[in-house]
Design a protein around this ligand. Structure first.
Ligand SMILES: Cc1ncc(C[n+]2csc(CCOP(=O)(O)OP(=O)(O)O)c2C)c(N)n1
Ligand SMILES: [Mg+2]
Length: 303
């Protein structure tokens, strides 16, 4: 299923918007946290600056968010992860309210109390959580609500390949399959769970292979490519919309790989740990607070 010209343009614009947002946020986040502005003896002060706490950015992962959300309408629900900006932007969450939330302002989505990992926008049906694996249960709830109301709305739960081993993930997959909920589960596989490589934490190469254990179809997407994601997930979203009371659940659909083919032409932030081996410094501070805090010996704020 090829996207229309308008859709293609929307996808490209959204990816640029996400990339610009994340690059800007990376700079703003570091303000006041690095020497010489911080207290003597600390290399990195995670608690200071305009955005205190951790920061998980998703530059380089635009294709997954955009390729999926291009299929969605306002009434569809998206539940994101602790790395939520690209999903939120692709779902239409307003940048001003989202940014105000990250800055802890009362004009933010949650009056500044949630911060960047706890964005909640009922108008655009978007939420996320700092708890990994916590995106799936609420998506099942949204799917159940749509089903009970007889709507063709779908819910999408994004989760990382690290979260794929959490108990709540498996409970949700089982429930969705059992109750035939219109939920699409999207595993964004960037091969790393902060500092833990997938190879040392996950028993299978493809999380999608686990789908059959729940009696649902699994789809694999090889490249970090917005069009490839869009085309691969189209039948799953269609199937979920046509569910009705006796339909089938959506698939698990991981999107591994960090080598964008048809993403943005420039990929300075090519992934959370592009080319990194354990113990090696990453070129990119994807998880800014956490990585700086640990590597440079700065103070860390625990969740
Ligand atoms: C329930 C829970 N356990 C542990 C953590 C700490 N934690 C934060 S991010 C992360 C790794 C997540 O990896 P993954 O799901 O692959 O997502 P990615 O960071 O790669 O986007 C962990 C373990 C957490 N936030 N929640
Ligand atoms: Mg990961």
């Amino acid at each position: 299923m090829q996207p229309s010209k308008e859709k293609l343009l929307w996808m490209y614009e959204k990816m640029v918007e996400i990339r610009n947002y994340e690059e800007t946020m990376a700079n703003v986040y570091l303000e006041g946290k690095l020497p010489p502005n911080i207290q003597k003896g600390l290399a990195f002060d995670i608690g200071s600056g305009p955005v205190p706490g951790e920061m998980h950015l998703a530059a380089g992962q635009e294709p997954v968010a955009v390729g999926i959300c291009a299929h969605l309408k306002l009434e569809d629900t998206v539940v994101g992860t602790h790395r939520p900006h690209h999903f939120a932007i692709a779902k239409g969450v307003p940048l001003d309210k989202m940014t105000a939330e990250m800055f802890g302002k009362v004009t933010g989505l949650g009056k500044g109390k949630g911060g960047h990992m706890h964005l909640f926008d009922p108008e655009h049906k978007f939420s996320c959580s700092g708890l990994i694996g916590a995106s799936l249960p609420p998506a099942c709830g949204a799917g159940l609500a749509a089903k009970k109301m007889g709507k063709d709305w779908v819910a999408v739960a994004f989760f990382g390949e690290g979260a794929a081993n959490q108990g709540a993930v498996h409970e949700s997959l089982n429930l969705a399959a059992l109750w035939k909920l219109p939920v699409i589960f999207v595993c964004e596989d960037n091969k790393w769970a902060i500092s833990v490589p997938k190879t040392s934490a996950t028993s299978v190469e493809w999380v999608a292979d686990r789908a059959s254990a729940y009696g649902m179809p699994g789809i694999k997407v090889l490249h970090n490519d917005a069009l490839e994601v869009y085309e691969a997930v189209a039948p799953a979203i269609e199937r979920a919309r046509r569910l009705g009371p006796d339909g089938h659940p959506g698939p698990v659909q991981p999107s591994p790989g960090r080598a964008p083919r048809r993403g943005l032409p420039r990929q300075p932030l090519a992934g959370p740990a592009a080319g990194r081996r354990p113990g090696q410094r990453s070129e990119v501070r994807f998880d800014l607070g956490r990585t700086h805090g640990r590597q440079l010996g700065g103070r860390r704020m625990d969740r």
